[in-house]
Design a protein around this ligand. Structure first.
Ligand code: SF4
Length: 343
C-alpha cells in the first residue's frame, strides 16, 4: 500500500506567558488508502494538535509549526504545512476531512442538516442548490439515517447523539475525501451507538477506500478498528506498530502500562489492573531525558541514569514495529514478567 499522508518531523508549539508549550515534538507517521492508523494517548499527549496542524486548523498567529506533511495526490505530492493557507483550504473538505467528538457543537443549530451538508458540497463543486440537497440526501442514506429524504430538512437538535455523529460523517465525506481524521468520534456516545458508528466507518472505508486516522484514548476502540497504532506520550510517538504487535508484544513501558490499566477478556485467569503512577510531564518543561522517566517502573533496569539524561531514539525493529526506549523490546518483555505487567 502506498501512503496517502506522510507526516515527517512535525513539531507544533504555542508561545505562552509561562513559556513555550511543546505540544508535538518531531512526530512522523503515515497512513495509506484503505488503512486505519490509530493514534493513542492521554489528553495533552499531542495527538489532536498534530492532526489539526495537518488539516491547517491551527491558529497561525499563536502556533509555531515545523516539519512536513505530504498528501500524495494524483497530481503529485503537496506539503500541507508549507503550502499557502488558501491551497490548504481548497484541500480541506475535498481531499482531507475531520470529524470531532461533539457533533452538537460542530453543527450549526440554526440550519437544517441538509443545508449544512449541501454547503460543504457547494464549497468544492459547481452546481445548483437542488443538486446539493440531492447529494445531502444521498449522503444521509449512505450513513444509515432512515427517511433521509425527510430528515434532510430537520435541525440538529431533532437528531440523537449517534444520529448527529452520522450527520457529521455524511458532511465530512460529501466530497469523497481520501483521508478522514476522526478525533475521538465515539467518546460522547454510549457503547452500543459507539459500536454502530465504528462499524459504519469501517463499511464506508471499504466502499470509498479512504485512509482513516483515528485519534482516541480508548484501546477497546483501537483493537476493534485499527490496522496500525501510534502511541503518543509527552508530545512524542513512543511506540508504533501493527495492532497485534502493540497489543500482544508491546515494546514500550508506557504502552504496557496502558494495556495493563484496562480489563482484558483475552487474559486467562485473574488479571490485576495496574495503574500508571504519577502524572504526564509539563509540555512547557519537558524533562531532559525520557519523558516517561518519572513514572517508569522499568527505569531501574537501565544503566546508570541514562533515562533521566538522554531522550531515547525511536528504534525500528521487525515488521516496522518501533519503540522509543533505552531498553530493547526483549528486555521490556523480560522485565514485565518481573514487574508483573506482562502485556
Ligand atoms: Fe522507561 Fe527508561 Fe524506557 Fe523511558 S527510556 S520508557 S524511562 S526504561
Amino acid at each position: 500500500m502506498s501512503n496517502f499522508l506522510e507526516v515527517k518531523n512535525l513539531s507544533v508549539s504555542f508561545p505562552t506567558h509561562d513559556g513555550l508549550v511543546k505540544a508535538s515534538n518531531d512526530v512522523s507517521f503515515s497512513v495509506a488508502l484503505g488503512e486505519t492508523l490509530a493514534i493513542v494517548g492521554e489528553s495533552g499527549s499531542g495527538k489532536s494538535v498534530s492532526n489539526l496542524a495537518v488539516m491547517g486548523l491551527h491558529n497561525p498567529n499563536s502556533t509555531v509549526i515545523s516539519g512536513q506533511a505530504f498528501l500524495n495526490l494524483e497530481s503529485g505530492p503537496i506539503d500541507v504545512i508549507s503550502a499557502p493557507a488558501e491551497s490548504v483550504r481548497k484541500l480541506r473538505g475535498k481531499e482531507m476531512a475531520m470529524i470531532f467528538q461533539d457533533p452538537m457543537s460542530a453543527l450549526h443549530p440554526f440550519y437544517t442538516v441538509g443545508d449544512q451538508i449541501a454547503e460543504a458540497w457547494l464549497l468544492h463543486n459547481d452546481g445548483k442548490k437542488t443538486d446539493a440537497m440531492a447529494r445531502a440526501t444521498e449522503m444521509l442514506n449512505l450513513v444509515g439515517i432512515p427517511d433521509a429524504h425527510k430528515r434532510v430538512n430537520e435541525f440538529p437538535h431533532q437528531f440523537s447523539g449517534g444520529m448527529r455523529q452520522r450527520v457529521m460523517i455524511a458532511m465530512a465525506l460529501v466530497n469523497n475525501p481520501s483521508l478522514l481524521i476522526a478525533d475521538e468520534p465515539t467518546t460522547a456516545l454510549d457503547v452500543t451507538v459507539q459500536a454502530q458508528i465504528l462499524q459504519l466507518l469501517g463499511k464506508l472505508q471499504k466502499e470509498l477506500n479512504m485512509a482513516i486516522i483515528l485519534i482516541t484514548h480508548d484501546l477497546g476502540v483501537v483493537a476493534e478498528v485499527a490496522d496500525r497504532v501510534a502511541v503518543m506520550y509527552g508530545g512524542r510517538i513512543v511506540e508504533e506498530g501493527k495492532v497485534d504487535d502493540i497489543f500482544y508484544n508491546s515494546a514500550h513501558p508506557y504502552t504496557r502500562g496502558l494495556l495493563n490499566s484496562i480489563p482484558r477478556v483475552d487474559k486467562v485467569g485473574s488479571h490485576r489492573l495496574h495503574a500508571i503512577p504519577g502524572q504526564p510531564p509539563s509540555l512547557i518543561a519537558l524533562p531532559k531525558g525520557c519523558s516517561f522517566a518519572a513514572r517508569c517502573e522499568y527505569k531501574r533496569f537501565t544503566q546508570g541514569s541514562i533515562c533521566n539524561e538522554s531522550v531515547p531514539a525511536l528504534t525500528v525493529g521487525t515488521n516496522g514495529h518501533s519503540a522509543r526506549c533505552h531498553l530493547t523490546p526483549a528486555q521490556v518483555a523480560q522485565h514485565s514478567l518481573e514487574i508483573g505487567t506482562g502485556a
